[in-house]
Write a protein that binds this ligand. Sequence first.
Ligand code: NI
Length: 171
Amino acid sequence: MAVLPILHYPDPQLKKLSQVVEHFDDELRQLANDMVETMYDAPGVGLAAPQVGELKRLIVIDCAGKEEPPDLLIAVNPEIQAQAGESCEEEGCLSVPGYYAAVKRFNRVVLKYQDLDGQARQREAEGLLAVAIQHEIDHLQGILFVDHLSPLKRSIFRKKYLKQQQQKVEA
Ligand code: NI
């Protein structure tokens, strides 16, 4: 297993559409394992393959609290089958370090996906897990959580964030 470098906004790779996974082989397993290690190392509650430069429909999530046992979800070709309720929680993203904002999402979802063996599976989720699922699936469409902000908030974000990145480079 290996910790992979995470791409940061505004990397153009993050805007691309990920492809459906058709081969459930060792290469996929290796990528999933590396993504899990990368997520735990960051630490973060979710990671999508395009964030590590792989345009594949694969996400990993673990929203368990510090005191709770791990609750690892590895979902290949994830799709939201049903959705309900509203939520507006503060989100962050490993590809947008240091920035957090509230985003409107559904509060409950039914997720349809395949496991690493290609078996069809389903999981019902609510709250933080439901939000994480929507956030990670967005990545597969080339969408970041900041894309959900109002145009005004987004332009403020862009200025602030890019200035911050610039300062990091100069420092
Ligand atoms: Ni993210």
